[in-house]
Design a protein around this ligand. Structure first.
Ligand code: PML
Ligand code: MG
Length: 248
């Protein structure tokens, strides 16, 4: 059975400024294609961030030999009372990972709030490494692989956790990525995370105030220029299916 990648992005423009509303992607089989395109279209049309005036749905065939299968990261959960406490948890995990300049990293995170993609940050020099600093780096071409289990047929409603776990698993499996930090840009979603190969996926229940549209991602990188190029290529082009079987 053939597989296809579907990517959706939706935005609107106010006073000449383009605002990102929603973006999502799936890797599906041929017989799921029509249904998932329709679901993603609905997701773009009915989003809490507003009505789009631009929707793009892109479909590309994927060959089996292009796919990399990865086990999902182990998941733990830390309860926090508010965003300040949430940031302290992030700081303590960064320290555990041997990363210094933690406060500066957390403050640079804010620069990702209006971007479609993530900041790729040199963990030591704190240099931003994205070729296009307005757009950032978008990790793409990934989805969950549920094996024989039937997955939920609808993706009209975003499952923040599943989609983020898939993305984080892909991102931190690159040998030059030390960790990923993420806060959702959806105003009503306050859970965020720090993920790394070493710590797994650490969910932090409050990482921003309820109602805030401020969210974004940072990928922390350590390596040389050649490794940076390879890493960007991996994040943007490698097709990945994440095995979710053991996720509770
Ligand atoms: C997003 O909205 O894209 C990010 C979602 C973060 C999910 C965090 C979690 O629930 O574990
Ligand atoms: Mg969002």
């Amino acid at each position: 059975m053939k597989r296809y990648s579907i990517k959706m992005r939706a935005s609107n423009e106010t006073d000449g400024v383009k605002n990102h509303i929603s973006g999502a992607e799936k890797i599906v089989t041929e017989n799921e294609l029509e249904e998932y395109c329709a679901s993603l279209m609905k997701r773009a049309l009915y989003h809490s961030k507003g009505k789009p005036d631009f929707i793009n749905i892109k479909v590309e065939e994927i060959k089996e030999e292009e796919l990399l299968y990865l086990p999902a990261l182990k998941v733990t959960r830390v309860e926090t009372e508010n965003d300040a406490e949430g940031r302290q948890v992030v700081a303590s995990y960064l320290e555990k990972l041997g990363i210094s300049r933690v406060d500066e990293i957390i403050s640079i995170w804010e620069q990702s709030y209006s971007m479609r993609g993530a900041i790729l940050l040199d963990a030591d020099t704190l240099e931003r490494l994205e070729p296009d600093k307005e757009r950032g780096i978008r990790a793409t071409y990934m989805d969950m692989d549920t094996g024989n289990a039937q997955r939920s047929r609808s993706c009209e409603e975003k499952n923040h956790f599943n989609e983020a776990l898939v993305l984080a698993t892909k991102v931190v499996n690159h040998p030059n990525i030390l960790a990923e930090l993420c806060i959702s840009d959806d105003p009503d979603y306050v859970t965020g995370y720090i993920a790394s190969k070493e710590t797994g996926y650490v969910r932090i229940t409050k990482l921003k105030p309820f109602g805030s549209p401020n969210g974004g991602r940072v990928f922390l990188f350590r390596g040389n220029d050649k490794e940076k190029e390879e890493c960007i290529k991996y994040l943007q082009e490698q097709k990945v299916l994440v095995r979710m079987n053991e996720v509770q």
